[in-house]
Design a binder for this molecule. Structure first.
Ligand SMILES: Cc1cc2nc3c(=O)[nH]c(=O)nc-3n(C[C@H](O)[C@H](O)[C@H](O)COP(=O)(O)OP(=O)(O)OC[C@H]3O[C@@H](n4cnc5c(N)ncnc54)[C@H](O)[C@@H]3O)c2cc1C
Length: 404
């Protein structure tokens, strides 16, 4: 299903599902009909996550066909993405702690035979819980899971199989084509009861039976009474820091990554050069799936094409030093005086940005980090619960020139 990462493919998918994204979506979206039938959800997440199609274009298209009342459920789901993005921007410590934990747990897997055995059964789909095993294999085979299956899977991983949530989030990030540092980390924490403290999500056999329309019924196999997880660390929100806009002077290059969206190029002239920096290997210390790598790479090449630039994807699996060297070589070879790196949201690519900016400034290159209006309007309302942001959706859409 996700073999074509182009904007044309994203738009074609949107056109196919568009009639169903109103009232039908509200009524049917929670049903997981299986990999062969994704007609009740958009399945646009791989393109949205990789910056191929923006939330703005998706929302504009949906609201041009459906009334605000009918499209309400879908619009709200798209804003869940903005919410998690903004929430993590307020709490970079949550991402840092997750990364540290994944590194430590990945090392522990090598020494702790019992943990390795249970983890291996989970990721290879051999736990004996049919539904869970099916989703593990579906994820590896297709690079996608329905939202409800993600919730059940994460819940069973944490509360029935008793595995660390961070290893589950890592498995998802390595296999999901739409694997996103914010939506993924926050959703796993939400299921565990760490996002809204004390409120966890428990998968129940009866709910699985109902929403898979009888395909699975793991009665008696799930821990349906586990308590939420707790953590001793506390993550206070930090103020959002929007970088200053910098005038674009001289030869301008555009640096594209999957975590920096280029919507709204800030100049009349297209960039003199585009570097498509695909670094999917940074998602995890473990092995990232071939499908994730191929999609990210193709998505970035397609985005560069939109600027009339035929860029080859570079930097497939370099370490931090490798990325810095690549970018500095590009800047030198293209004799660039300004580099535009659209705001990079929290995640593995963002972890490189401070060193990147310092290296470029040292080389006398000016750097511009433009931000998106959608994010500037949404994120300030994403510091606590989703409903604070949800209240603001009509005003945000109006400010973006869309009626809701
Ligand atoms: C444990 C867990 C892990 C997840 N990991 C990711 C992830 O790595 N990347 C990711 O994009 N989503 C993630 N999600 C959220 C959600 O499951 C997917 O965005 C959604 O299933 C994608 O399918 P779709 O495009 O058909 O969604 P639709 O239902 O058609 O929704 C349209 C768009 O809205 C956004 N969206 C919808 N639901 C959510 C949600 N609950 N949270 C955030 N954004 C949402 C997505 O961009 C999606 O493409 C996760 C959810 C859970 C429970």
């Amino acid at each position: 299903m996700f073999t074509d990462a182009s904007f044309t493919a994203a738009k074609a998918r949107l056109d196919v599902v568009l009639p169903g994204l109103g009232r039908d979506y509200a009524q049917r979206r929670n049903h997981d009909l299986g990999a062969a039938d994704r007609s009740n959800v958009s399945a646009l997440s791989p393109w949205i996550r990789n910056g191929v199609i923006s939330e703005r274009v998706v929302l504009e298209t949906v609201l041009s066909v459906h009334s605000p009342a009918d499209a309400g459920a879908f619009v709200s789901e798209v804003f869940w993405r903005s919410y998690f993005k903004g929430w993590l921007e307020h709490r970079p410590g949550v991402w840092e702690a997750y990364r540290t934990d994944v590194r430590a747990l990945t090392s522990r897997l090598k020494q702790d035979a019992a943990l390795r055995r249970d983890w291996q059964a989970a990721v290879s789909g051999t736990t004996g819980i049919d539904a869970f095993d099916h989703w593990a294999r579906e994820l590896v085979e297709t690079g996608y899971l329905h939202n409800h299956a993600r919730m059940w899977f994460a819940s069973i991983w944490i509360f029935t199989l008793d595995l660390p949530w961070q290893l589950g989030a890592d498995f998802f990030l390595r296999q999901l084509i739409d694997g996103d540092p914010a939506s993924n980390t926050c959703s796993w924490r939400w299921v565990a009861g760490l996002h809204t403290q004390g409120k966890h999500y428990l998968a129940r056999a009866e709910n699985i039976e109902r929403f898979t329309e009888g395909r699975f019924n793991p009665v008696g196999q799930l821990n349906e009474s586990a308590a939420p997880l707790e953590e001793s660390r506390h993550f206070d929100p930090v103020p959002l820091a929007w970088p200053d806009a910098v005038p674009l002077t001289g030869r301008v290059g555009l640096l594209l990554t999957c975590d920096s969206h280029d919507e709204g190029w800030p100049a009349a002239e297209p960039p003199a050069s585009v570097l498509a920096l695909a670094v999917p290997a940074l998602r995890s210390p473990g092995r990232v799936s071939d499908a994730v790598i191929a999609f990210e790479q193709a998505a970035l090449v397609g985005r560069a094409d939109m600027f009339g630039q035929r860029a080859r994807p570079v930097g497939l699996a370099p370490d931090t030093a490798g990325v810095l060297e690549l970018v500095c070589n590009w800047v030198r070879a293209e004799a660039l005086e300004t580099v535009v790196l659209p705001y990079t949201t929290i995640g593995p690519v963002r972890d490189l940005v401070p060193d990147l900016v310092a290296s470029l400034r040292e080389a006398g290159v000016s750097i511009s980090l433009p931000t998106r209006r959608h994010d500037r309007l949404s994120w300030p309302h994403a510091s606590k619960g989703f409903f604070k942001l949800k209240r603001e959706i009509p005003g945000i859409l109006e400010a973006l020139g869309q009626t809701f």
